[in-house]
Design a protein around this ligand. Structure first.
Ligand SMILES: NC(=O)c1ccc[n+]([C@@H]2O[C@H](COP(=O)([O-])OP(=O)(O)OC[C@H]3O[C@@H](n4cnc5c(N)ncnc54)[C@H](O)[C@@H]3O)[C@@H](O)[C@H]2O)c1
Length: 255
């Protein structure tokens, strides 16, 4: 029997690098996966890849900053798959080309970053919590944070606030949902190498951890899958750094 046989999963950002990898890996281990991303087109590739590999996937496009959209997507998932066992909120990211010191940053960028990363996590976690509480068979909620929440990063105060908010909400929601057999955790990646991006530069990717190897999306997804599994039934309210030790600090002095 596969690890996630008969489990229903909803993944936001599932058209992206970490979300797509997580969705494909959950499906490969038997989960029925609702692929959520901002548009139908953004969902399509992951849905197709899961189907081609023999898995079950459903596109549930939604803008995660809009709570009504998220509620509808989770309702559609639960109706199609007979409930909801796993919710992973991966959608998000930094302001990228709009990164600036907070003193120079504008409202639109700050609201955008907080909207996708933190409000998205709250909307998706709330919708999942309602279904999981009411269906009475437990569940797993995982949100993607970042080690920037622990260590800070110049130019990314909005991003740090959003990812720190995820850690705080993880702890509080874990307390609320424990009585319903629902665990709530988050995963904090360091630098994840996405092919064709700045993080793919070998030197940078290798310099930003203590293991001397590049972190790939599978490294993050493996931890997410563990937290979603029966084996992690006693782990809740935690944030797991998956960063090759980057968050330990002192990188550069190696002491
Ligand atoms: N890549 C890294 O190095 C790294 C490091 C730490 C944390 N993270 C976090 O991991 C998560 C995924 O990162 P990634 O590298 O896979 O990025 P990615 O850009 O490949 O994936 C993000 C996905 O979120 C989707 N998305 C954006 N706004 C949305 C919205 N409003 N509604 C629905 N979907 C929306 C995008 O369409 C995209 O498919 C993010 O939360 C990011 O902050 C990434």
């Amino acid at each position: 029997m596969k690890r996630f046989e008969n489990k229903s999963a909803f993944i936001t950002g599932a058209g992206g690098y970490i979300g797509g990898t997580t969705a494909r890996m959950l499906a490969a281990e038997g989960a029925k996966v609702a692929v959520c991303d901002i548009t139908e087109e953004a969902c399509a590739r992951t849905v197709r890849e899961i189907a081609e590999a023999g898995g079950t996937a459903l596109a549930v496009p939604a803008d995660v900053t809009d709570s009504a959209c998220v509620d509808a997507a989770i309702a559609k998932t639960a109706a199609a798959f007979g409930g909801l066992d796993i919710m992973v909120h991966v959608a998000g990211g930094s302001a990228r080309q709009d990164i600036k010191p907070l003193a120079d940053q504008n409202d639109e960028v700050i609201l955008r970053v907080l909207g996708v990363n933190l409000l998205g996590a709250l909307w998706a976690s709330r919708a999942a919590a309602r279904v999981m509480r009411d269906q009475g068979r437990g569940g797993r909620i995982v949100n993607i944070s970042s080690i920037v929440a622990f260590n800070g990063l110049r130019g990314s105060v909005d991003y740090a606030a959003s990812k720190g908010g995820i850690i705080a909400m993880t702890r509080a929601l874990a307390k609320e949902m424990g009585a319903f057999g629902v665990t709530v955790n988050s995963v904090a990646p360091g630098v994840v190498v996405r092919p064709g991006t700045v993080a793919d530069d070998s030197d940078y990717a290798l310099k930003t951890n203590f293991l001397g190897v590049k972190c790939e999306a599978t490294d993050i997804a493996e931890t997410v899958l563990f937290l979603c599994s029966d084996a992690a039934r006693f782990v809740t309210g935690q944030t797991w750094a998956v960063d090759g030790g980057r968050g330990l600090g002192m990188k550069g002095s190696d002491k």
